[in-house]
Design a protein around this ligand. Sequence first.
Ligand code: DGJ
Length: 731
Amino acid sequence: MSVTYNENAKIFRLRAKDTDYILKIAPGGYLAHVYFGKKVPDEDLTYLLRLDENPFTPETNNRDKACYMDTLPFEYPCFGLGDYREAAFRIMDENGMSTCDLRYLSHRIYRGKPALDGLPATFATEDSGAETLEVVLEDKPAALEVTLIYTAFDKLDVITRSAIVKNVGKRPCTLTRVYSACVEFDTHEFDMITLNGSWARERAVERCRLHHGKQSVDSMRGESSHQNNPFTALCSHTADEDTGEVYGFNFVYSGNFISQAEVTQHKKTRYLMGINDLDFSWLLEEGESFTAPEVVMVYSDSGLGKMSRTFHDLYRNNLIRGEYKDKRRPILINNWEATYFDFNTEKLIDIAKEAAKSGIEMLVMDDGWFGHRDSDNSSLGDWFVYEKKLDGGLKYLVDEVNKLGLKFGIWFEPEMVSPDSQLFKEHPDWAIQVPGRELTLCREQYVLDYSRKEVRDHIYSMMKKILDSANIEYIKWDMNRQLTEVGSAVLPSNRQRELWHRYVLGVYELMDRLTTEYPHILLENCSGGGARFDPGMLYYSPQIWCSDDTDAIERLKIQYGTSMCYPCSAMGAHVSDCPNHTVGRSTPFSTRGNVAMVGTFGYELDITKIPQQDRDAIPGQIEQFNKYNALVRTGDHYRIGNMFEDNTWDAWMFVSKDKSDALFEFVQVIGRPNERSRRIKLKGLDPDKYYYEESDPDFKLSGAALMQCGINIGGIWGDYQSKIMHFMAAE
Ligand code: DGJ
């Protein structure tokens, strides 16, 4: 049993593998947080709440209830009753007042895990097993019921949380904040790790010590964003890759979010995660409900590495879906960095011909094939073929590419509209806008109002025509600007602040429709590179374009940061040409291949123009990718180097679950004078097994020696050089 209820102590215990999460119905009917961490055998840990130390508990002495409210660790704190820490829940009742009082009403425990209406969420499988606790809290005066949903996975140190709010009365009520999770810690001795950045340098790891007050990362851009990822880890000050306690939080959502840690007056920490409440409100009429998206919480007693591997296992098995979930992805060549907008049928066929010779499996036609798009200043929303460019039509092109033995993929940016488009001319009100205010342009485009079904239906029907017209086996779904002037032509004034969330729900609905009706199509998400690399998107697409920065050295940092919670097998990673188009750096072709091989793998260059020696190297790179891809997709990932601490080298490993097979990759970013080799300790092996490196089967070392003493990486001359080693357990 993963979830138990002790009636006497009024204690719920969720046990996820080796992790316990404990809550209690405290005096007054308030739901209190007792413990989150490594599992303990005890049934009743009520003493942790220190109720006996608080002279003013409502049941015994109610002369100072506010003191009780301001110190009790709450599972789902609400606003207005004397808890002056940040709340998880706030309302505006029909009188315009914000106070709310949530008390225990009922609960139920069941095997499995529920889906969330209209939202992406992790799921249980027969293999993973999971058990769910639902606790219903009520606010009698406002006639609201809040169901807190917790699921504990049997075989992973994962607890998920979400909440559903229902109006069970007759009067309307407006929700002004509905966060998804609150976790209280009895200490402030934490470091907070977040993934921050910008376009082309997404998910850089930042770590800082918690201090009094509130520390947060968030997005108000309408997407999870380049700037801050919806991920946070709280860890002990000494925690590193392999040791120390870590609590990881990741939001299964692709819009505005907040992730906040607050150190309170008594040096405790309240952690909150949910939809950002800035410019948010949601009107609940009689009988209506609102569902807050899921937060995934991972506990690790052995550092950041174990936390990441837990996230990776969960997302690979219990979030990503579809035909490609457990499959090697086709090796693609994308024409974006090869041609940008300057291509035609002939050019694409030339690329495909050369790609076919090298063993590449799919051609992806990127931006510029529709309307009259020759630059980024027109045609978004006009999803019909630009006949002048695609001479002979789309079907002809796809058939020719197929004849060469390649699959065909296509780019869309379905959420956008150009002012210079038929769509905008016919439906100017379909763009998100505020009447009487100038629409802000970004990359010369506006955002469509995806809260409107007719808008989604229209876009979908255009996409469908294209998809049905030729043998298309892959879609790159791009999204290249953030939201401004957020207003809808159809929502009433008291629902305008719902648009941010309704927009995200609309995107999810269309992605769901697309992947349901075209299950054979591989969907890759993208947002100006990696601005929507989040678990919400992984639910619909098994891979996401990691960043527009394709430089192998910059990618070391980007892929390292992304791997904090996202599996490498989901990272869109390509070999591009040099000097790199983003940073102007030149790196060896082999290093570009070795770095991209960690992700989905492909090429983003004009294969007809690259140096012959690079072209000649492609079949070998493909062979190497094929050899190791199963290990990358299913094995355990170990970070060894850390470019944020020492940017002269990087290294990582993938180790099979049975520890018999391991891939080690090393990148020497900067060569060092007067040093013949570098000592690197391997990770994740079985200390008792003996291993040999594939190139030297006669020399065997124990896993213990490889991990404790390390190996000498030598013979590498120059900057940006890399090396791959393959360790196998000896019989
Ligand atoms: C941004 C993406 O990240 C690129 O890969 C490319 O598809 C462009 N958009 C096309 O406009």
